[in-house]
Design a protein around this ligand. Sequence first.
Ligand SMILES: *[C@@H]1O[C@H](CO)[C@@H](O)[C@H](O)[C@H]1NC(C)=O
Ligand SMILES: *[C@@H]1O[C@H](CO)[C@@H](O)[C@H](O)[C@H]1NC(C)=O
Length: 499
Amino acid sequence: MGNPLRVSIFLVLCIFTQSSAPGQSLEPELIGRRSRAVETKKSLQETETRFLLFKDETNKRCQIRLNHPDTLRECGFNSSLPLVMIIHGWSVDGMLESWIWQMAAALKSRPAQPVNVGVADWITLAHRHYAIAVRNTRIVGQEVAALIRWLEESVQLSRSNVHLIGYSLGAHVSGFAGSYIGGRHKIGRITGLDAAGPLFEGTSPSDRLSPDDANFVDAIHTFTREHMGLSVGIKQPVAHYDFYPNGGSFQPGCHFIELYKHIAQHGLNAIAQTIKCAHERSVHLFIDSLLHDHMQSTAYQCSDMDSFSQGLCLSCKKGRCNKLGYHVRQERQSKSKTLFLVTRAQSPFRVYHYQFKIQFINQIEKPVEPTFTMSLLGTKEEVKKIPITLGEGIISNKTYSFLITLDLDIGELIMIKFKWENSAVWANVWNTVQTIIPWGTEPRYSGLVLKTIRVKAGETQQRMTFCSENMDDLQLHPTQEKIFVKCEVNSKISKQKIR
Ligand SMILES: *[C@@H]1O[C@H](CO)[C@@H](O)[C@H](O)[C@H]1NC(C)=O
Ligand SMILES: *[C@@H]1O[C@H](CO)[C@@H](O)[C@H](O)[C@H]1NC(C)=O
């Protein structure tokens, strides 16, 4: 599985960077066009970019032309509503990708929050060698800025009511639009969907999407896995809130092994879909947030995925958590916040995050390496036999903290069944160990003891402590299931300890 995956990343990177080698000469036509765009910054008459407006949910499109107010009327532009503009990325085949229409339809499908939905179609400038398309992002950024300025002058649309949603190179186009627009006020919001990495990673904020480009900038990073020092999606934070679903480097359901599923869905396009699966996941997470109002994904501020996987970051205090996607809480701050979350492999993507903290008392000298399962019983549902692997062996009195995510809403957790799975093999070893080791004066507490399990639910921010139902027999035995019920002992102390 590792190899085909590497091949797929390699392919994407080759395509992305095939022309970024030094010595690449620019087409003269392009240089001409570029300087013209710079000259006519203020009085742009015609744009290379086609601006399309969606008339209704049926995806009928209508072209708006700069300095032609009649086209606004024809296309049904309503200047008292916000404008959401979708900006696509680099193109291999010169075709607009199907997610654009899905996103537009999702934005149009919300009668309670009507918006004008537009697309900046810069396909002729995007269907170039990658390095040239990268240069073109500035031209398109200027044209988008010119369109917004014209809308301000002609129909008094406020730029604070403009939301640019850019994917891949389109994220940087949005950033350039935000910085080229000039004036004292900024564009309302920019969303960068897996902003392109090659030729942008590590550059200065003015050369890529950055938090300075709008009143609020959010970014979703989904394909930042590196190959030979390059990644398709940008790794560094570029927004006020930077979301890294599943750590951001790769996405569940995008492995080559899933190709057959994609063939059923996409037919001959399956290979292309598989290659760009993780990159485009950012788009589908965003669309998901528009389609499932009651299944919004929460993400949590964390330094890295490793700490997140230990369940250490599920706090919402002081604005440390936020919603992924369209309904993000728009809060500016001076420093980028990096947020993590786990998602499912397909829509609806939302999961429920839990931190479990268990402290074992191991009274044997040597480490024990058992495998456990937990069954979680909630007020709505039960989830059976979640496997728990603790990595290293259990040594004396160590507290283990780990993250568990559930696809379904089990309601409030009321009971945990904790089972030492395994194997007759273990049972035998255990018996041998018990008989060989002399336990001294307190034979009752020999072996592995588990008293309490502490739980924190990310989505509800609820903290709970569970105690063994039978306090007289706290010892764990292989193949035996122990029941833990809610208890409030030392709830103050446990609140301080769990973080
Ligand atoms: C524009 O939108 C406003 C606010 O939703 C609405 O009241 C008005 O009727 C719309 N105008 C047109 C021409 O549709
Ligand atoms: C582990 O905890 C038990 C019970 O609280 C205690 O008796 C024992 O000394 C502890 N062992 C270590 C190594 O701290």
